[in-house]
Design a protein around this ligand. Structure first.
Ligand SMILES: C[S@@+](CC[C@H](N)C(=O)[O-])C[C@H]1O[C@@H](n2cnc3c(N)ncnc32)[C@H](O)[C@@H]1O
Length: 276
């Protein structure tokens, strides 16, 4: 199935200007990732699930106080700031979106973390850091925009030997069709998509030792979409004010169409690897 490439400027433009990221910004309280759900809270507050996924990722990170961590695709900086506070480590985060960067910087100021947390605009495939700068890192729901192999090789360059890397990602399911693949590219700039089975070999080929992979697709994709339908109704006036009647209709149609594809085509996983 086809892979694509996407310039980081295009990804940045998507996150800075499109209605769909604005929707997630609002419903997930500036955590631009999907939610994690257990049990029966289906259709609840999307931001609660988003926070649970952040907690799950925070639990996967091995980093000690004072060490340096790279957040590759940092969004609004919410997960990175939480990590800095939790582990007392230093964070360098990059995003492709100037809109996100602005809010991420404001968050650092609000939390008084200047000197400890730095965010900047950069391309994940040409990281503005020297070789072996970081003791740990993550791609928190960002690697599928970048191209898995190229992004992993660049992360490998800036990580120190023995550093751990956590990745949350949408792996390909066997039900994905060629039309689904094209849709995912168009709707949300998915450049490369790999299956869970492919991860160990992929990591090895980029210089990492595979540690483990957690399959949480069932806790993530469909339950999050159930929340998005509720959020769309609950925040209808906000989206009408933001984008007008046509914009709201378009958003609603997009959420429905996206759900039809994503539940068939993609799972969700959290992967850990160590730089050899
Ligand atoms: C789905 S958002 C995740 C944001 C954040 N990790 C979170 O969980 O809130 C994807 C992020 O990856 C970033 N990104 C995607 N491709 C990129 C690239 N080539 N270079 C830099 N950042 C990139 C986007 O700018 C965005 O911040």
């Amino acid at each position: 199935m086809e892979n694509f490439t996407e310039k980081h400027e295009n990804v940045g433009n998507f996150y800075s200007t499109q209605l769909l990221p604005r929707f997630w910004e609002l419903t997930n309280e500036n955590q631009i990732h999907i939610g994690y759900w257990e049990g029966v809270q289906i259709g609840g507050d999307a931001s609660v699930g988003a926070k649970k996924l952040t907690d799950l990722m925070l639990g996967k990170v091995e980093i000690r106080a004072g060490e340096k961590f790279i957040d590759i695709g940092c969004g609004y900086g919410v997960p990175g700031v939480l990590l800095a506070k939790m582990k007392n480590c230093e964070i360098d985060g990059i995003t492709a979106s100037d809109y996100q960067l602005d809010l991420a910087k404001k968050l650092v100021e609000k939390e008084n973390l200047q000197g400890k947390v730095r965010f900047q605009l950069a391309d994940a495939l040409a990281l503005p850091y020297a070789n072996e700068s970081f003791d740990g890192g993550w791609f928190f729901e960002s690697i599928f925009h970048m191209g898995h192999t190229e992004a992993l090789k660049e992360a490998h360059r800036v990580l120190k030997s023995g550093a751990t890397l956590a990745i949350s990602d949408f792996p390909k399911l066997s039900g994905m069709t060629t039309e689904d693949r094209q849709y995912l590219k168009e709707i949300s700039l998915f450049t490369t998509i790999v299956s869970m089975d492919e991860y160990p070999k992929l990591l090895e080929s980029c210089g990492f030792e595979f540690i483990d992979i957690l399959d949480i697709g069932k806790n993530v994709v469909a339950p999050s979409w159930a929340c998005y339908h509720v959020a769309l109704e609950n925040n209808k006036q906000i989206f009408l004010d933001m984008a007008g009647e046509d914009g709201y209709k378009f958003l609603k149609k997009t959420i429905v169409e996206f759900e039809n594809v994503i539940v068939r085509a993609l799972g969700y996983c959290v992967v850990r690897a160590r730089k050899k």
